[in-house]
Design a protein around this ligand. Structure first.
Ligand code: ADP
Ligand code: MG
Length: 625
């Protein structure tokens, strides 16, 4: 990844280089010509001021505003102290390295910002809408639901919708991390934020811009850095008492020993003040304060490149701890695109049965409904449909041509007292009844996603103790899918509320449970789990909102990848915490004992910062399989 320095960064770099060159020159001149006293001080002050004037200025401004104990304050006191005790080169060097660290940090933050900004590239700037037969370019916010928009090759798809006319291939890489383009034709659903590659398409919008996938994702990413992980809160609290504690210890170190050993001996004072200054230089907690959020930022950014959206550092932290994964069947382990296999009518024709079912389902977004509508093909006059009610986990109740129909599973038939019978065919059976009269059933089948079985295997190899499948579908279908995907356990014929109950049983206080679903009927479970993972592309808006993690390409294999990224990131976070505190602790002790001098303190401080930042950047890089 290339990164261009900003103007401010370039200026800082220039100052660092100039000050460094001057420091070397001054050191040589004062040494060769044996310059001492005030002249030596003035010569050394030149590079010191060049490299450190902004730090000094900010520190004084902060002191006036009553803000002491920040890192600029520490640097100012430490370097001015060094000047007073005659350590001129050291004073300049401390400032110099402090600035190197700051520059490094600003580059690192800029770099990860940029990777997030790349994701922001999905934001469409305009939409071409057809109004009164004319094409008008408007901002995406102005397009209404149900309007027709035109998208040419090379343009971003501005709003979610269905293709009315034309065919094309679409690149969803920015959303899903999947770089292979997908072919789309009339009737297919396109997602905003993807790129139209080859053909001109006319799309009827199904969401306003605010409700479109692209807005949801942008909102997610923009808010991600605000949600702090527990460990970040810990670092902030830690820094709050750590810095004052070190300053007080430094003061004590400067004052107490001379009081006892030689109050009138100037050399003793200088000795202990020097040791106290070492203390101050080391005390700067910047490595922690910078590297920990940067690691999370990197982990979230790295995951987004894989089409995995993690909503915040808190979600990433929780994800790294899960040991049980509960999965929904339809849309999660299976494609959720059912195909009608057969129609078994009762006293009416197959076409009539399908027509009634499709009409009743025409307002539902459930995968079952979509399959029936697709099988129907013909146009359904909206005026035929009256009141519609979805009965979650069971089906729909709808008024069609003035009569009340029920379309759904056996439980729904029992509810209305229709005399139904099961089917000898394997599949999801959708029964239809008019009032209490049974009209027959439609057999639909769903395919298991190609990576479902390997996804479960992957999770097991990551040490996930238990995988459980929950479904509202029939026992027979559930058993078949469970066997083919190798999940440890399954529960079938569950209503949405019973899915929550099953999850509660697994949330026994010890286990950390992730629930993976498409959000159609399972948003409550997503919210209740320790980590809610939603299938984003096909999933419902409710899912994207209630989930902690969104898998943009709906691939279950991304669950294991997300866990791996989160664990890697948490490892990096802890490495940085332990490493920086460890090194600082050692230098503090050596400093107090008089073994570590200012030079070691400077190298220790900046070295730790640079290493911690480099380590954080690792979180961002794509993981190899
Ligand atoms: P899953 O747990 O497999 O995602 P749901 O809880 O969404 O399934 O639905 C459970 C069952 O309820 C489905 O298998 C289907 O039989 C029935 N059902 C749900 N919604 C509908 C609908 N709109 N039309 C017909 N049947 C439905
Ligand atoms: Mg479902």
């Amino acid at each position: 990844m290339k990164y261009k320095l900003t103007r401010k960064q370039k200026k800082t770099l220039k100052r660092i280089l100039v000050a460094f060159a001057l420091l070397v020159v001054v050191a040589i001149i004062t040494h060769v010509f044996e310059i001492e006293g005030i002249l030596k001080l003035i010569l050394f002050l030149i590079p010191y001021i060049i490299v450190g004037y902004d730090v000094l200025r900010t520190a004084f401004i902060n002191i006036i505003h009553g803000q002491v104990f920040d890192e600029k304050f520490l640097m100012t006191v430490a370097t001015l102290g060094a000047v007073l005790t005659g350590e001129y080169p050291e004073a300049t060097a401390v400032m110099l390295f402090y600035q190197v660290g700051e520059l490094f940090q600003s580059i690192a933050v800029g770099k990860s910002r940029k990777s997030i900004a790349k994701l922001m590239d999905i934001r469409p700037d305009y939409a071409v809408v057809v109004r009164d037969g004319e094409e008008k370019t408007v901002s995406p916010e102005e397009v209404l639901v149900g309007e027709t928009i035109v998208i040419k090759p090379g343009e971003k798809i501005p709003l979610d919708g269905n293709i009315l006319e034309g065919s094309t291939s679409v690149n969803t890489a920015a959303l899903t991390g999947e770089s292979v383009p997908v072919d789309m034709a009339c009737g297919d659903k396109v997602i905003s934020g993807s790129l139209n590659l080859t053909g001109v398409i006319k799309v009827q919008t199904t969401n306003s811009f605010g409700q479109s996938t692209v807005s949801k994702i942008l909102e997610l990413v923009e808010n991600a850095s605000e949600k702090k992980a527990k460990v970040e809160g810990f670092i902030t609290r830690f820094a709050r008492w750590y810095t004052p504690a070190v300053v007080i210890s430094a003061l004590a170190l400067a004052i107490l020993p001379p009081l006892f050993t030689g109050i009138s001996d100037w050399d003793t004072w200088v000795l202990w003040i020097k040791r106290a200054l070492v203390f101050l230089v080391v005390s700067c907690p910047c490595a922690l304060v910078v590297s920990v959020p940067l690691s999370f930022f990197g982990g979230i950014g790295g995951a987004s490149k894989e089409g995995i959206l993690i909503k915040g550092a808190n979600s990433l932290e929780a994800l790294s701890k899960i040991d049980t994964v509960v999965l929904d069947k339809t849309g999660t382990l299976t494609k959720g695109t059912f195909v009608v296999d057969d129609i078994h009518p009762n006293c009416i024709t197959s076409d009539e049965l399908l027509d009634i079912a499709a009409a009743a389902e025409s307002y539902s977004s459930h995968p079952v409904a979509e399959s029936i509508i697709n099988a129907h093909k013909g146009h359904i006059e909206r005026s035929r449909i009256g009141e519609v009610e979805e009965i979650a986990g069971k089906g729909v109740k709808a008024e069609v041509d003035g009569k009340t129909y029920y379309v759904g599973n056996g439980a729904l038939m029992d509810m209305v007292g229709a005399e139904w019978h099961d089917c000898h065919l394997t599949g999801t059976i959708i029964h239809v009844a008019c009032e209490g009269t049974y009209l027959g059933h439609i057999i639909i089948n769903d395919e298991i996603k190609s990576d479902a079985a390997s996804a479960i295997k992957d999770l097991r190899s990551l040490g996930i103790k238990k995988t459980v499948m929950l479904t509202g579908d029939k026992e027979k279908v559930a058993a078949k899918i469970a066997k083919e995907t190798f999940v440890d356990e399954y529960h079938a014929e569950l209503l949405p509320s019973e899915k929550v109950d099953q999850l509660e049983l697994l949330l026994d206080g010890k286990s950390k449970v992730a629930f993976v679903g498409d959000g159609i009927n399972d948003a409550p479970v997503l919210t209740r789990a320790d980590v809610g993972i939603a299938m984003g592309a096909m999933g419902s808006d409710a899912a994207i909102e209630s989930a902690d993690v969104v898998l943009m390409d709906d691939k279950p294999s991304k669950i294991a990848k997300a866990v791996r990224i989160s664990r890697k990131t948490m490892n990096i976070v802890w490495q940085n915490i332990i490493f920086s505190l460890g090194v600082k602790g050692i230098i503090l002790i050596l400093g107090a004992l008089g073994i570590a001098n200012m030079w070691i303190a400077v190298f220790g401080d900046v070295g730790v910062l640079v290493i911690a930042i480099l380590n954080s950047m690792r979180a961002m890089f794509r993981m190899k399989e």
